[in-house]
Design a protein around this ligand. Structure first.
Ligand SMILES: Nc1nc2c(ncn2[C@@H]2O[C@H](COP(=O)(O)OP(=O)(O)OP(=O)(O)O)[C@@H](O)[C@H]2O)c(=O)[nH]1
Ligand SMILES: [Mg+2]
Length: 297
């Protein structure tokens, strides 16, 4: 059988399960996941290799309206993710009523030259009696190639989706080496692992105002020395991140370290520092330093 490859952009509202879906298809963790919206901030490529296919998934931030420069960057990431693709997956949360705005965005995407699938996720949280009338609304969208009902979290119904994705992979170029899982650096993955733990451990706006810079990653043979600075927006956020007698920072450090050790398959010594940079999400310079540079899109 001939070799085929291609790019699949994955878009949708925040928190619908885009990153969970990509991780489930690839079978490895490429993109962080949390119950909070706006978990993904970058365009992240995740490579799925099979014997005859190389399929590059493009994870994107959830579509949302926001006023900071970081929000602008996230919006631009979505736009640049849909350039030169072979297929687009529009992910919806099947446990919630279908929004008019979703139907509008879906039909706009369906007007493009690439094929579009609607992927209704989280069907484990609902029943088909409720879902069917919603699905009929999707059937009215012109040019929509197909609709899939899945549960990314439970790996349910992924096979038909995966098989149909393959049908649209028409390139014959190997874009990535077999062992390359993503376009991102190890430093980026480490910073994301820390941010993921913070999204799970901290509430409300605190983790949304967090940005991480890896200051040092040194191979010390028996372990990896990693030093990172956590930037937050306000002095009281810094107090929350550190916690009483440093308890929260200790917890963040421990859970991040375990995740990073698993990722690097190596012991890790993780030193975390917390600094305040007022309103950094609106500061071009620091945005670029933290990994949100528009020039790199
Ligand atoms: N019950 C259920 N939960 C799911 C499913 N898929 C994802 N989730 C949960 O939904 C939440 C959001 O998942 P993510 O994968 O981070 O969603 P996302 O669309 O990438 O979110 P953003 O990056 O913020 O746009 C997490 O708590 C997931 O565990 C599913 O099929 N069923
Ligand atoms: Mg995501």
């Amino acid at each position: 059988m001939a070799f085929h490859s291609g790019f699949v952009a994955v878009v949708g509202n925040p928190n619908v399960g885009k990153s969970t879906l990509i991780n489930a298809i690839i079978g490895k963790k490429v993109s962080i996941v949390s119950p909070k919206p706006q978990t993904t901030r970058n365009k992240i490529l995740g490579v799925w290799n099979t014997e005859n296919y190389q399929i590059v998934f493009v994870d994107t931030p959830g579509m949302h309206k926001g006023s900071t420069k970081l929000d602008d960057y996230m919006q631009k990431s979505i736009e640049s993710a849909t350039e030169d693709i072979n297929l687009l997956l529009y992910v919806l949360d099947g446990s919630k009523p279908l929004l008019k705005s979703d139907l509008k965005k879906l039909s706009d995407y369906a007007k493009n030259s690439y094929p579009v699938f609607a992927v209704v996720n989280k069907v484990d949280l609902t029943n088909y009696e409720r879902l069917f009338p919603e699905l009929s609304k999707l059937n009215e969208i012109e040019n929509l190639k197909d609709v899939f009902c899945i549960s990314a979290l439970n790996n349910k119904n992924l096979e038909p989706l995966k098989e149909n994705i393959k049908k649209y992979m028409t390139d014959d170029i190997k874009y990535f080496l077999d062992d390359q899982l993503t376009d991102k650096t190890t430093g980026f993955m480490v910073a994301e692992a820390i941010r993921e733990k913070m999204l799970w451990l901290l509430s409300d706006e605190v983790p949304h105002g967090v940005g991480i810079i890896i200051d040092e990653m040194t191979d010390k043979e028996k372990f990896e020395q990693i030093t990172a600075t956590i930037y937050c927006e306000k002095p009281n956020h810094k107090n929350i991140i550190i916690g009483a007698k440093g308890a929260m920072l200790k917890e963040i450090g421990k859970s991040s370290r375990l995740a990073i050790e698993k990722m690097l398959d190596k012991k890790v010594n993780l030193s975390l520092w917390v600094k305040v940079k007022e309103d950094w999400r609106n500061k071009e310079g620091i945005l670029g330093n933290i990994g949100y540079s528009v020039d790199e899109l």
